[in-house]
Design a protein around this ligand. Structure first.
Ligand SMILES: [Zn+2]
Length: 83
């Protein structure tokens, strides 16, 4: 199944997006950034060194949600996932 996914979805992470695809922007320590859904943005955030997350316009609460979810995730959560 090939489904278009958000920009934060890692190429080796097979999980589908959750909700809208561009609710937050995740920025890494080098200033590179990707927009993503809550699910993939949280996984990306948990995998980066000193990341930042910003909500997209109209999605003010989503950055907090990503931050909270990421705190409960291991880096590169998809590597050892059974999913
Ligand atoms: Zn996604």
């Amino acid at each position: 199944m090939t489904t278009l996914r958000c920009a934060a979805a890692h190429s080796e992470d097979p999980s589908p997006c959750e909700g809208a695809h561009a609710v937050v922007r995740v920025v890494d320590q080098h200033g590179d950034e990707a927009t993503g859904c809550v699910h993939h943005a949280a996984r990306m955030y948990a995998s980066l060194v000193r990341p930042r997350v910003y909500p997209s316009p109209g999605h003010g609460g989503k950055a907090i949600e990503v931050y909270k979810r990421a705190a409960a995730l291991a880096p590169f959560a998809w590597v050892n996932a059974a999913a």
